[in-house]
Design a protein around this ligand. Structure first.
Ligand code: EPU
Length: 442
């Protein structure tokens, strides 16, 4: 694994092209299992989590080809409904396969998932929904075993107690199976409406699956369907709003300027998907201009301190919470960042303290940041994907050299991040991890 060396301070400036969405591509990949045909997904980022998902798909019998950010998946020969622990433990999205495997086989064996260490990431509601839909669910040797669908036990109207992203994805595939078998409508209430999920639904609808959603009421309705598929299905992934948000925040932190490529899609442009971020950045003094194809940010004046609170879409995304804490370290005065989705998402703060930041984390709920202190470069360890991005942003403004290790976490979510930052003028590079060898042992 490479480590990242950053010489600071830096000021970012230039043009930025967003990658395809990680959390958009993962459910599209999982959905390939339900289509008994060949699918081409365009604009898929070349990152570790995508490679893990591809390895899982290959292990269960899919043929995959990955060229120039497009993936072709042929799931016609798929023959295995059991996922192995070693790959599943690398990321949370391995659990997305529960619903799609059940759609294809009527059953699944899937390990409890891995993923970022940002709290107690339960799967209780996944299991509850699966039971509510009429399946038997057992836990054995760390695996969740779903089997024996009984239509008499299937509930047709189910309300989630929180609008969970993962549960909404699995419920979609499970609901499609149950509706196909029972010929009845299935309705889910209090669903998640993140763009990565609506994009999955749009793709399913376009290809003959019968469902409709209402984002204002948070309702998903699934009707019986058993479509025949074309020989090749093409789908475009959306832009990665979290990668784009990370670069926007990094630019503000370094008091730079950036032109972010966008599109004018009424649902999936970065202008829309990141509206809460633009509102906040402009409120604290960043100059932002929108046009059809670009978003321009200039952050040359001192910014004001701020308060934010994360919540489900369309509110402020938890996946930009750590990066906002790094931004707050560069702003004079006290900022407050509240985390509402995960119960331990401030682990990375320990690394920012090593740079000299003044941050107090209260009950793992709030970070109180006394900004404006001069940060000094240090050896740092990436803790998780977004925490890793926050550490990188803080290293950009720290004076002197920072050496970031455990970069696997960053590369799980960000494609060519060092190259992109370097193109924006940062003094940053990668080098092979040095293996420490004990010498002089007698
Ligand atoms: N939750 C439960 N029970 C469940 C499922 C979830 O209590 O059965 C709780 C979780 O413990 C958590 C909250 O609900 O506290 C939110 O979890 P959710 O299911 O919505 O999130 P997820 O599917 O695990 C996805 C993204 C995360 C992103 C969250 C929230 C993927 C692969 N992951 O996770 O992305 O933070 O939604 O938007 O889509 C990242 O990209 O770095 C990342 C962590």
């Amino acid at each position: 694994m490479k480590r990242i060396i950053c010489e600071g301070p830096n000021r970012l400036s230039g043009e930025f092209f967003p990658q395809g969405s990680k959390n958009g591509a993962l459910p599209l990949l999982a959905s390939c299992i339900i289509f008994d045909t060949i699918i081409k997904i365009n604009n898929v980022p070349d990152i570790e989590d995508i490679n893990t998902m591809l390895s899982i798909l290959i292990c269960i019998g899919c043929k995959c080809q990955y060229v120039n950010n497009s993936i072709i998946i042929d799931s016609r020969q798929i023959n295995n409904y059991e996922i192995g622990w070693e790959l599943a433990s690398k990321m949370r999205a391995s659990f997305d396969l529960l619903g799609s495997l059940v759609y294809r086989f009527g059953k699944a064996v899937i390990p409890f998932p891995g993923g970022c260490l940002i709290g107690n990431r339960k799967v209780d509601m996944h299991l509850w929904v699966t039971k509510q839909l009429g399946f038997e669910v057992k836990i054995d040797s760390g695996n969740v075993i779903v089997s024996d669908f009984n239509p008499k036990h299937a509930n047709e109207e189910i309300s989630f107690w929180i609008p969970s992203v993962g549960v909404t994805k699995n419920a979609t595939f499970l609901g499609l199976f149950v509706s196909k078998e029972t010929k009845k409508k299935i309705v889910f209430h209090n669903i998640a409406i993140e763009p990565e999920i609506t994009n999955l639904w749009d793709f399913l609808i376009k290809n003959g699956l019968n469902l409709s959603y209402d984002i204002n009421k948070r309702v998903l309705q699934i009707f019986p369907s058993n479509p025949q598929f074309d020989s090749l299905i093409n789908v475009d992934n959306i832009y990665d709003r979290i990668e784009a948000g990370t670069f926007a925040i990094a630019t503000c932190t370094t008091k730079g300027s950036i032109l972010i490529k966008d599109n004018d899609d009424p649902n999936y442009s970065l202008k829309i998907m990141l509206s809460k971020l633009w509102e906040l950045l402009s409120l604290i003094g960043t100059e932002i201009k929108f046009d059809k194809e670009y978003i321009e940010l200039k952050s040359h004046k001192p910014l004001s301190s701020f308060e934010i609170s994360t919540d489900v879409y369309p509110n402020f995304p938890t996946d930009l919470q750590p990066q906002m804490v790094s931004l707050a370290t560069s702003i004079e005065g006290m900022s407050v960042v509240k985390e509402n989705l995960f119960d331990d998402r401030f682990v990375y703060v320990g690394e920012l303290l090593r740079l000299g930041a003044d941050i107090n984390v209260v009950n793992n709920k709030f970070a109180i940041i006394n900004g404006g202190k001069i940060l000094k470069g240090a050896p740092l360890k990436a803790t998780d994907i977004r925490g890793g991005a926050a550490i990188l942003i803080a290293a950009l403004i720290a004076q002197g050299t920072s050496i970031i290790t455990n970069t696997f976490q960053i590369y799980r979510g960000y494609e060519k991040i060092v190259e992109k930052l370097s193109k924006l003028g940062a003094n940053i590079y990668e080098e092979a991890e040095k293996v420490l060898e004990a010498t002089n042992i007698y």
